[in-house]
Design a protein around this ligand. Structure first.
Ligand code: CP3
Length: 347
């Protein structure tokens, strides 16, 4: 039996929309917090039995349609020569960032001791879950990975990254190509271990100019997608926050699905690109900080904007927020599962 998620991603007929939540395994869950109280973040990522346990918590609690492997997009930065630490406060820190064209030379192919744990966790998940539940692997997309490697951590507007791309276009392209070529074997290993689909997170892919997106950001994401080969499982691409106006451009990545931020109108997105790819999203994660009644109404409104017969995966427009009450996440998932898409018009 093919999972509902994979059927939707392949744009096959489905009886209801599949649902999962970006960052669904995290600090809003009591089980996750209990594990983290005893285990530093990188040790958790590096211990497949524990990583599998926290990946499964959202399935056990909410019966979502997919588990996403517990890991982080920055594990690959570390494996490529830019060490990453996850201090208790202030977000990830990359201690030796890329600031000059010469720095790009030290980016090497990923060593596998930081990343092998990810495919080992996927193998446990695939063995534990029934075929009806999909296992999602993931990585950053090249731009978002490079943005963290240049910036050295989270940033409001990624000025250093944007400046680097303008000041050193050749070195920037070289860095992006190295990132893309590192991500391909990493994702292939996840697929070989049992990932039914993979998501490329380009969270900051919309931060630069339109020419940068068209000339580098999206072509390098495409290089990853195509690097996975023609027999690859479905790929979901999250083009990033603020990219509603660039959805046609994002089709160039050749991903099977585009994941939409919360600012994008679903009816508009489906009219523009939804006939050509599956779409995913896009409830505003701050709605999950309100009440179950409000969440149910907003979720029904959101799903009602999808045209009959169009492929869609219900999700949030970005990662779940750590203050979210688990019962509010449950209200979202249950509402999606109760919603029945309208039958397509007969041809
Ligand atoms: O979706 C899942 O449940 C799987 C696990 C997952 C994590 N990070 C675990 C994590 C996934 C898919 C990610 C992706 C990720 N990581 C992204 C892309 C998606 C997005 O949210 O935009 C980004 C930008 C990162 C980088 C990152 N990792 C940041 C900025 C932070 C600190 C901020 C934060 O949310 O805590 C992390 C740490 C991190 N990665 C945590 C988790 C559960 C929190 C660590 C903890 O304190 O326990």
């Amino acid at each position: 039996m093919t999972s509902l998620l994979v059927r939707a991603l392949k744009r096959e007929p489905i009886e209801r929309y599949p649902v999962w939540m970006m960052r669904q395994a995290g600090r809003y869950l009591p089980g996750y917090r209990a594990v983290r109280a005893k285990t530093p973040f990188l040790d958790l990522c590096g211990t497949p039995s524990l990583a599998a346990e926290v990946s499964l918590e959202p399935i056990e609690r909410f019966d979502v349609d997919a588990a996403i492997v517990f890991a982080d997009i920055l594990l690959t930065a570390d494996a490529m020569g830019v060490p990453v630490a996850f201090p208790a406060k202030g977000g990830p820190k990359l201690t030796n960032p890329i600031r000059t064209p010469e720095d790009v030379e030290r980016i090497h192919e990923p060593t596998d001791e930081r990343t092998r744990c990810v495919s080992e966790t996927i193998a446990i998940l695939r063995k534990t879950l029934p075929a009806s539940k999909a296992v999602i692997g993931f990585s950053a997309a090249p731009f978002t990975l490079c943005a963290y490697m240049i910036e050295g951590g989270s940033s409001r507007d990624f000025q250093l990254t944007r400046k680097f791309a303008h000041a050193h276009p050749h070195a920037f392209r070289d860095l992006m190509a190295r990132a893309a070529d590192a991500l391909v074997p990493y994702l292939k290993e996840q697929i070989a271990a049992g990932a039914d689909a993979v998501q490329l997170f380009d969270t900051w892919g919309g931060i630069g100019t339109l020419p940068l997106a068209r000339e580098v950001v999206l072509p390098m994401a495409r290089r990853v997608v195509e690097g996975l080969g023609s027999d690859r499982p479905p790929v979901i691409y999250f083009p990033g926050i603020g990219t509603a106006a660039r959805l046609e451009d994002a089709l160039e990545t050749r991903a099977n699905a585009l994941s939409l931020d919360w600012q994008t109108d679903l009816a508009d997105a489906h009219a523009r690109v939804g006939g050509r790819v599956c779409l995913q999203g896009n409830l505003d994660p701050t709605l999950l900080l309100t009440t179950p009644d409000q969440i149910r109404a907003a979720t029904d409104d959101m799903l009602a904007r999808i045209p009959a017969g169009h492929a869609h995966v219900a999700n949030l427009g970005h990662g779940i927020i750590k203050e979210t009450a688990p019962d509010n996440a449950r209200a979202f998932v249950e509402t999606v599962k109760a919603f029945r898409p309208a039958a397509p018009e007969p041809a």
